[in-house]
Write a protein that binds this ligand. Structure first.
Ligand SMILES: C[S@@+](CC[C@H](N)C(=O)[O-])C[C@H]1O[C@@H](n2cnc3c(N)ncnc32)[C@H](O)[C@@H]1O
Length: 551
């Protein structure tokens, strides 16, 4: 029985720890039902916890003494992974396998609570994982008032001097950013390429400094000089995230999917060295692209999935990528320059879908890989809704792969997809961020309507001249209830691409401020069964344990 000793911040509580919750927390309850979200604890433990803050509805606390330990508990490899220490890791005190079980349970909770989906989930380790350490190829170190570069305390701007970070890739630690005094800049972000050994750094000037100031006498210029010999590329980040090269080429060469990719130091790239390969394979398995297919890559970054899809659809097919970051678009165009049937547009995905610049009506396959905030209702509706009220013929997509780094926003978007008549045909999850609460999912969506015929596959080269315009003549079966007569559709256009400055670097991690709790654990999937009350989704067959996509 819990004993409430004190509920104000700083007070101690003795708690029986319950389920895991999204965000690196476990849930406990005080007598009277008040919820306490506890960090540094594990389900089933009995702990003494110090309250860190309270709201009208719940309290947050750190487990400071473990009275009864879980069998999953281990000694954290990093001495800073403790209450009051570095906030970068959430689960260092759990064995790696247990971390993956916790993440699987969080995904299950989010799907059940938000989308009304019952689903067994397995979180797979990535190739090359070595006990969850040494994987992080991009780390943003904050610089504290004394010039020390370190990582931030949990839910705080206080900089913790972490020394060498054990989850950082060795190339990151070799830059020696921690352990020395820096001029008054606000952060030093290090990105590395394990395949080539290249290192880059982005120096962000302190707030209020002139944008991208990097002259010899400026703090950013002095920081760049200190990085000589440790980072081949150094960029200065000014107001609005605008990057100015102070040294080097400005990009790294990453290896994935059997080839090299040019990736700007400020462009998104998967941070775990095994993630790009694993996600590309999962996306291809989800979509089964064939020669002649037309595929969309929304939120395409440097073109990873667009490139893999372009190889698969061949010159008789078409791939259209969209990203809002100009640097990413430049990289993607460079990376795909030998695959001219792949075209990359710059712009906001929702706005481009709304404007009809991205020809949804002509595509059979799509991959979505939005930032943590998710794709959102507007994008899901534009992409998946039937034709009603639209100028084009609506979605003829037969498969969509949704790559997500946040199970809560994934579940929210899957709920919308369910309302539009789509079903979750497969789900894989990857431990792409060991020791943290983050996890990567690849969900496969397919039309739920059995009467909706899949588009006929085009023979390679069947529709005319080479290049993207070939797609103008592809034939397909109509969407559900449409009468199913093959017809021509609009050609994907590469002209008139909607242009904007885009959302600079919106991929950057945005941590949710409040933990999400769940109402009990999900039952094992009944297959098939009645709909879950309040959910648009039928109960679909659960994925077989250990298997990939359930398609
Ligand atoms: C998670 S990354 C995925 C990148 C790529 N698929 C990969 O795996 O390397 C998300 C991408 O979405 C882009 N982005 C964020 N918000 C956007 C928006 N509203 N419209 C278009 N692109 C956006 C970012 O620039 C970033 O490249």
């Amino acid at each position: 029985m819990e004993t409430p000793i004190e509920t104000a911040a700083g007070g101690l509580l003795e708690l029986a720890v319950g389920d895991v919750a999204h965000g690196g927390w476990c849930v406990a309850r005080q007598p009277g039902g008040r919820v306490v979200f506890v960090r540094h604890a594990l389900p089933g433990e009995r702990v003494r916890a110090r309250v860190t803050d309270t709201t009208a509805r719940f309290a947050r606390a750190d487990a400071v003494e473990i009275l009864q330990a879980s069998p999953d508990r281990v000694e954290p490899p990093c001495p800073q992974a403790r209450p009051g220490g570095c906030g970068g890791c959430d689960w260092q005190h759990a064995a790696p396998e247990a971390q993956r079980r916790l993440k699987a349970e969080v995904i299950r909770q989010q799907l059940r609570r938000i989308a009304g989906l019952d689903r067994e989930v397995t979180v797979e380790p990535l190739a090359g994982d070595s006990g969850g350490l040494g994987w992080r190829t991009r780390v943003r170190f904050s610089v504290g008032p004394g010039g020390v570069a370190g990582l931030l305390k949990h839910r705080s701007h206080e900089v913790v001097d972490v020394g060498a970070c054990p989850i950082a890739h060795p190339l990151v630690n070799e830059t020696g950013v921690t352990g020395q005094r820096w001029p008054p800049v606000s952060s030093l972000e290090v990105a590395v390429a394990p395949g080539t050994g290249e290192r880059a750094a982005i120096v962000t000037s302190a707030a209020g400094r002139r944008p991208a100031a990097g002259g010899a006498g400026t703090p950013a210029g002095r920081a760049a000089a200190m990085l000589a010999g440790r980072a081949g590329t150094v960029l200065s980040s000014g107001r609005g995230g605008q990057l100015t090269a102070l040294r080097g080429r400005g990009y790294l060469h990453q290896r994935a999917a059997g080839r090299a990719w040019r990736v700007g130091a400020g462009t998104f790239w998967q941070v775990h060295p095994g993630a790009a390969d694993a996600l590309t394979a999962a996306v291809l398995a989800a979509l089964s692209p064939a020669p002649g297919d037309v595929a969309l890559d929304l939120f395409c970054g440097a073109g990873l999935f667009a490139g893999a899809l372009a190889e698969a659809v061949g010159p008789g097919g078409t791939v259209i990528g969209v990203d809002g970051d100009r640097g990413a678009v430049r990289d993607a165009r460079h990376n795909l320059r030998r695959l001219p049937w792949a075209r990359i547009h710059h712009g906001d995905v929702a706005a481009m879908l709304a404007a009809g610049t991205v020809p949804v009506g002509g595509a059979g396959l799509a991959v979505l890989d939005p930032p943590r905030a998710g794709a959102g209702r507007a994008v899901i509706e534009r992409l998946l809704a039937p034709a009603a009220g639209r100028g084009d013929r609506g979605s003829a997509l037969r498969r969509v792969a949704y790559v997500s780094c946040d199970p809560a926003t994934l579940a929210r978007d899957l709920k919308v997809a369910g309302e539009l008549g789509w079903r979750l045909a497969g789900l894989r999850a990857f431990d792409a961020f060991p020791m943290t609460h983050h996890v990567e999912c690849v969900a496969t969506l397919a039309p739920a309507c059995a009467a909706r015929p899949e588009r006929r596959r085009e023979r390679p080269g069947a529709s005319g001249a080479a290049g993207p315009r070939r797609a103008a003549g592809w034939s397909r079966m109509g969407a559900c209830n449409s009468g199913s007569s093959p017809s021509r559709s609009r050609a994907p256009t590469t002209a008139g691409c909607w242009r904007s400055r885009g959302p600079p670097r919106t991929w950057a991690s945005t941590r949710s401020s409040a933990p999400t709790t769940t109402s009990g654990s999900a039952a094992a999937a009944a297959c098939p069964g009645p709909p879950i009350p309040g959910s648009p989704w039928p109960r679909w067959p659960a994925r077989r344990r250990g298997s990939g996509s359930a398609r």
